[in-house]
Design a protein around this ligand. Structure first.
Ligand SMILES: C[S@@+](CC[C@H](N)C(=O)[O-])C[C@H]1O[C@@H](n2cnc3c(N)ncnc32)[C@H](O)[C@@H]1O
Length: 273
């Protein structure tokens, strides 16, 4: 499994195996977003997520590689989903004193590992009160991967995260993700733009480091490519393209890969990005 980054280094190809089924008549691709819709989609496709999250796993692994803490830490994972980050943290043998897995999708949280060191918190990071259910003072590390692109206001969410006071390790997609699709369909990405993210970082008093990285995921056919978008929970949105529009898009899509842009943010210098 490999990918290509924005500096043009070819690390090989990441081919998900989705040969079985083409997009069906009733399938819809969603291009714009509202929070309720995102919540429904993550719950609807929670089971599929674990088969379609190769790129999120790569991102989580790279993010966890940046963690410097060598003491037992209390960790808050925002938008924890099925526990991809928790698994990456365990794989790196980072000592966890307690793990708070926060997500607004019941179905995703059900897939998250459970044990006496893990507290699952069902909460929406777009609600002003999202921090109230958390023991803020005891948190050493705030981490989040592939989730914060759904923030209604990344600026205020970032302020809240910095306000917690722990070390910060974040990775989120930017609106350059699926950029050729948005260009062809003449749609606006529902997720936060790189400019908004960089502006939010510059508004914060604390020094935050950031780096962006482009990924490509390759497919054997355009049908597989569009099926991937549907099942990975990264499309989001309430404005649907009609079957006819999707069909035209599938036909005209000129690339054999999907484009992703991810921005990594930390209060520590990056070790390996
Ligand atoms: C693409 S998944 C990433 C999951 C996991 N962090 C990973 O790296 O694989 C995004 C997760 O963010 C959650 N999410 C999206 N918007 C949210 C919100 N407003 N509040 C809480 N969780 C949210 C979704 O339910 C989903 O589990």
């Amino acid at each position: 499994m490999a990918y290509q980054n924005d500096f043009g280094y070819n690390f090989g190809r990441l081919y998900p195996n989705f040969f079985e089924e083409a997009i069906k008549m009733e399938d819809k691709i969603y291009i714009n977003d509202d929070t309720k819709y995102v919540q429904k989609e993550f719950s609807r496709f929670a089971k599929d997520y674990q088969h379609y999250n190769a790129i999120q796993k790569e991102i989580a692994k790279l993010l966890v590689e940046q963690i410097r803490e060598d003491r037992v830490s209390t960790i808050l994972d925002i938008g924890s989903g099925d526990g991809t980050l928790y698994q990456a943290i365990k794989d790196k043998n980072i000592d966890i004193s307690h793990y708070y897995a926060m997500d607004f999708s019941t179905n995703m949280l059900q897939l998250h590992p459970s044990n006496s060191n893990i507290t699952k918190i069902e909460s929406n990071f777009n609600d002003i009160s999202w921090r109230e259910q958390l023991p803020i003072d005891s948190i050493d590390i705030v981490i989040s991967s592939s989730a914060l692109q759904w923030a209604n206001s990344f600026d205020s969410l970032l302020r809240d995260i910095v306000g917690i006071g722990g070390s910060i390790y974040l990775a989120l997609f930017t609106s350059n993700t699926f950029k050729t699709i948005h260009l062809l369909a003449n749609t606006k990405s529902p997720i936060t733009s790189r400019d908004e993210i960089v502006k939010a970082i510059s508004n914060i008093d604390k020094k935050l480091h950031y780096k962006s990285k482009e990924y490509r995921v390759y497919f054997n056919s355009n049908q597989e490519l569009f099926k991937y978008i549907k099942h990975s929970g990264i499309s989001g949105g309430k404005n649907r393209l009609s079957y006819k529009e999707i069909k035209a898009l599938i036909k005209s899509y000129p690339l054999n890969y999907l484009e992703f842009e991810v921005i990594f943010i930390s209060d520590k210098e990056f070790l390996s990005i």
